[in-house]
Design a protein around this ligand. Structure first.
Ligand code: UDP
Length: 334
């Protein structure tokens, strides 16, 4: 059986990926600090992963894990992901998202593991020169979060050249939605992402919804993003593992639907799904935000055989809405 180490596996995208990998017959070992993750989100399938609480910078802990399990590959999610926090506290992001993973990489090499899948981001591109964004687009991050991922990508490329580490960078656009069975979904604290905030606003849990910026050079003046369903992202990790198994070339893939929606369009779609009005007001632009981020996902289709199956924004929002109103409130929320 193939054994995979998943760092940050108790987080939003990590837990959906663990669920899928477990159902596909992989043995999964999750390493998660639980600073943001939810251990309960790993208890939803019959094939629960092995769970270890700890830090990705803890060399001793990592070496113990690599001694115990012969990992075939590492899928690395563990990272901080708040763009605006990264602007205010860059050191936190460079330490956790760049410096600590270097320890992980050293241990990986020491134990002869040669496959690495990195959870990366469209935030490494910055404001695009052209849209949709392909993988050849220059990378000019606008914030420390994007830079921290960019630096880690660069380090991994160098490990590839020097030590033969095979890698896939999965550059996500805007992860969204919840599992189709409604059991796991987006549960950040604090929540800063648009779709859950709009839905919580509609539920009356977030009284103040701010739309950041109304004077961007877009049709309605608000930012445009490519919302990709979390189950599609999980599936891309499975495909990336299979791709490295068949000796695919180390490279990056953009993961998005190829269609963008403005902030106001997301609000409108949420109102339509829920049948209720959102109460929002306009606020100044948020620091570090790009105007428009839309993926060209054609390389992922060509090389990984991956393509988004959730292409309807309302369906994505509907899955998030079921999660918001589902068992999370009973059994699975921390
Ligand atoms: N956004 C907003 N109000 C909010 C949260 C987000 O207007 O309360 C906007 C944000 O400026 C961006 C888009 O919604 O243009 C998506 O933001 P999110 O934080 O969900 O993801 P990001 O694109 O930053 O990864």
């Amino acid at each position: 059986m193939t054994t995979i180490l998943v760092t940050g596996g108790a987080g939003y995208i990590g837990s959906h990926t663990c669920k899928l990998l477990g159902s596909e017959g992989f043995q999964v070992v999750v390493l998660d600090s639980l600073e943001y993750g939810h251990q309960k989100s790993l208890h939803i399938s019959d094939k629960k992963p092995v769970f270890v609480q700890g830090d990705i910078g803890d060399r001793k802990l990592l070496e113990g894990l690599f001694e115990k399990y012969a990992f075939d590959a590492v899928v690395h999610f563990a990272a901080y992901t708040y763009v605006s926090e990264s602007v205010k506290e860059p050191g936190k992001y460079y330490l956790n998202n760049f410096s600590k993973p270097l320890t992980l990489l050293d241990v990986i090499l020491k134990y002869g593991c040669k496959k690495f899948i990195l959870s990366s981001t469209c935030a490494t591109y910055g404001n695009p020169d052209y849209i949709p964004i392909d993988e050849k687009h220059p990378q000019r991050p606008l914030n420390p979060y994007g830079w921290s991922k960019y630096f880690l990508e660069q380090a991994i490329k160098d490990y590839h050249l020097a030590h033969g580490l095979s890698f896939v960078f999965l550059r996500y656009f805007n992860a969204s939605g919840a599992s189709e069975d409604g059991l796991i979904g987006e549960d950040h604290d604090p929540e800063t992402h648009l779709i859950p905030l709009v839905l919580k606003n509609i539920k009356g849990e977030v009284p103040e919804l701010k739309v950041f910026g109304k004077d961007y050079p877009t049709e309605d003046g608000t930012c445009i993003r490519d919302y990709i369903h979390v189950e599609d992202l999980a599936n891309a990790h499975l495909k990336a593992l299979l791709y490295l198994d068949r000796k695919g070339k180390s490279t990056a893939f953009n993961l998005g639907t190829g269609t963008g929606y403005s902030v106001l369009e997301v609000i409108k779609a949420s109102e339509s799904v829920t049948g209720k009005k959102a109460a929002y007001s306009f606020a100044p632009r948020r620091e570090g935000d790009a105007v428009s981020l839309i993926a060209d996902p054609s390389k992922a289709l060509e090389d990984l055989g991956w393509k988004a199956s959730w292409t309807d924004l309302q369906e994505i929002i509907r899955s998030a809405w079921s999660w918001e109103n589902g068992p999370k409130n009973g059994s699975y929320a921390d």
